[in-house]
Design a protein around this ligand. Structure first.
Ligand SMILES: O=C(O)c1ccccc1N[C@@H]1O[C@H](COP(=O)(O)O)[C@@H](O)[C@H]1O
Length: 203
């Protein structure tokens, strides 16, 4: 079971991820509406702090090609795309794409299922980064494919084991569920607990 911790805003949080040897680290880019949005300088600091073996993911909403090119230059390994994913982006991206679905747009899956540059699908709740779950039953009969199935949306240290038992995804993805009680920054204890609980059940 792979683990993705999203919405990093500091190098201190990057160190928590190194200590847990997680698989993916997400940073929200070019989406100022999010409290987790970071600029290019901060992204560079965080990328330089993360261990080499942790995949760096730029988390975006309907990015422009210009933004995608900046993301590539910064050294991200993947780009996660919520909202619109234009053909021009697919054709001109040099890094693999994780296409995110936010419940209502899941019926667009067929348009993307055979695109080689898309290496995985993130199944998320209606509002990205809201910490809310969605009805996992909608995914129970979803066809398995060779692309990564990443389950996101309201996961936390308490429900992650059950989510893995119910859906057996390739990767579990969390942001809000490992934040401090005041909603600012990530909690080292919650990250540790999330990783322990996810790994315990998937062994
Ligand atoms: O975190 C955000 O603010 C965000 C903004 C824009 C797109 C995606 C965003 N978050 C992603 O949403 C999922 C689930 O988050 P949560 O655990 O429910 O808070 C995750 O992939 C985040 O990176």
């Amino acid at each position: 079971m792979e683990i993705k911790i999203c919405g990093l805003t500091s190098t201190k949080e990057a160190e928590y991820l190194n200590e847990n040897n997680v698989d993916f680290a997400g940073m929200v880019m070019f989406f100022p509406k999010s409290k987790r949005n970071i600029d290019e300088n901060k992204a560079t600091e965080i990328i330089n702090t993360l261990d080499k073996n942790i995949n760096k993911v730029a988390v975006t909403v309907s990015p422009t090609l210009e933004q995608v090119k900046i993301i590539e230059k910064l050294g991200f390994d993947y780009i996660q795309i919520h909202g619109k994913l234009e053909n021009s982006i697919i054709e001109n991206t040099d890094i693999p794409i994780l296409k995110a679905f936010n419940v209502k747009d899941i019926d667009e899956y067929d348009n993307f299922k055979n695109i080689n540059k898309i290496k995985g699908f993130v199944f998320d709740a209606q509002e990205p980064g809201s910490g809310k779950t969605f009805d996992w039953n909608t995914l129970k009969t979803f066809p398995k494919s060779d692309k990564l199935m990443i389950l996101a949306g309201g996961l936390n240290p308490e429900n992650v084991a059950n989510a893995i038992k119910v859906l057996n995804p390739d990767c579990v993805d969390v942001s809000s569920g490992v934040e401090n009680e005041n909603g600012i920054g990530k909690s080292k204890e919650k990250i540790n607990m999330f990783v322990t609980n996810a790994r315990k059940v998937s062994r």
